[in-house]
Ligand binder design. Structure first.
Ligand SMILES: Cc1cc2nc3c(=O)[nH]c(=O)nc-3n(C[C@H](O)[C@H](O)[C@H](O)COP(=O)(O)OP(=O)(O)OC[C@H]3O[C@@H](n4cnc5c(N)ncnc54)[C@H](O)[C@@H]3O)c2cc1C
Length: 364
């Protein structure tokens, strides 16, 4: 370890972070990505007395949103605040957090080698990838600027905030009717803009009509704003339809390329909504020593589910490390030249007078 620890007041998170040069180069677990999934995993691992380094490039997916909704006991908390608190908890247990971009990860014997854009190189026994996903937005002028505020994708995240308001649904694929029917739960004033999606099925026409959802044909060419907020949708025909919010279906693309050298790849999601890195319920990827958690593997996960999956992966990683530590200790013990076979009768009585502790049997 070189140099002292630099404590920087990061404007976004106002938390203490170590620079790449300060962090220990070798740890039990490198966590790539410090969003809800990565920080939750790091918290569990540091509390399990594992050395942990979180490397995070500081672009959490929900950054444009004003609040995190549906996270029990923290509903509405600004996303940066949640991460600041999480970082404080992780560093409080001795975890280290580096602000940097991981550019690649490879295996070198028993270790993973992780490289960063700032020239950092770290080694770890296990790797957890929680890099999240990128929302590929429909290409409509003015849409990106309103993303996360008035241009929305998730009714559970933002539905309450736009309840009873006129809501448009921009159709770009087969999910538009489903999304419109969902948003209908929050507002009686929902309009589907067919845009580039093609026609609806007969069943969808029936369903939308039955729920009082309007359908507008024609391509959307722009969005109107009033005082910075969305006020309407402009069509190629020149018509303008007033809406206060516009629901879109971005393509969700997992940021899975970071571990491509290890054989980890993003594959098309079976429901056609983007790409993700496949894993089992614990986040194990099938590549020895590598786990994933959060949106990189589960495109639909909100903050609470992402945090929970991070914790689950951390528990699986700790169990895997425990198994490796135990196998190593057993091998060392077996190889010891003056090995005394374990015999409870030969053990000294334990200090508290209780039963014999096999763990004190003999020197390894
Ligand atoms: C606009 C919007 C609003 C939302 N609102 C809500 C809501 O109200 N409630 C809710 O439950 N969910 C909400 N979500 C979903 C929420 O954003 C995700 O559930 C959550 O961010 C997933 O957490 P994560 O840790 O998997 O990924 P992220 O939060 O995206 O974190 C991933 C982290 O990894 C970092 N990273 C990526 N690549 C690298 C790399 N190569 N090296 C180092 N670091 C890297 C990123 O910079 C980022 O900090 C919203 C999503 C959007 C888009």
């Amino acid at each position: 370890m070189t140099g002292g620890l630099h404590i920087t007041a990061d404007a976004a998170t106002a938390t203490a972070t170590a620079t790449a040069a300060d962090a220990d180069a070798d740890v039990d677990v490198v966590v790539v990505g410090g969003g809800a999934a990565g920080l939750s995993a790091a918290l569990t691992l540091t509390r399990a007395r594992r050395s942990v380094l979180v490397i995070d490039s500081g672009e959490p997916r929900n950054a444009p949103a004003s609040g995190v909704h549906g996270y029990l006991s923290r509903d509405g908390l600004p996303p940066g605040e949640l991460l600041r608190a999480g970082r404080e908890e992780v560093t409080g247990y001795g975890g280290r957090i580096v602000t940097d971009l991981v550019t690649g990860a490879r295996r070198d014997g028993e270790r993973f080698v992780v490289d960063t854009a700032a020239g950092g190189r770290f080694t770890a026994r296990r790797l957890l990838v929680t890099t999240g996903l990128v929302d590929r937005l429909p290409d409509v002028p003015g849409l990106r600027e309103l993303w996360g505020r008035d241009v929305l994708h998730c009714p559970y995240c933002h539905g309450w905030e736009v309840r009873d308001a006129p809501i448009g649904v921009l159709a770009t694929g087969p999910w538009a009717a489903h999304q419109a029917l969902l948003f209908r739960q929050w507002s009686p004033d929902v309009t589907v803009f067919l845009h580039t999606a093609g026609d609806l099925t007969d069943e969808q026409w029936e369903q939308l009509a039955a729920r009082g959802i309007a359908v507008v044909d024609g391509e959307v060419v722009g969005l109107d704003t009033d005082g910075g907020g969305l006020s309407g949708v402009r069509l190629a025909s020149g018509a303008r339809v007033p809406v206060r919010a516009l629901a879109v279906a971005p393509r969700f693309e997992a940021r899975g390329e970071v571990a491509a050298e290890l054989g980890l790849t993003s594959v098309d999601h079976p429901m056609g909504m983007g790409s993700h890195v496949e894993s089992d319920a614990s986040g194990f990827t099938g590549v020895a020593g590598v786990w994933v958690a959060g949106n990189v593997t589960d495109l639909m996960a909100g903050v609470a589910v992402s945090a929970a999956s991070g914790m689950q992966a951390a528990i699986a990683i700790n169990a895997d490390l425990m198994a490796a530590d135990t196998a190593e200790a057993v091998a060392r013990r077996a190889a010891a030249p003056a090995r005394v076979p374990f015999d409870p009768a030969a053990e000294p009585p334990p200090a508290n007078g209780s039963s014999v502790n096999a763990g004190t049997a003999s020197a390894p």
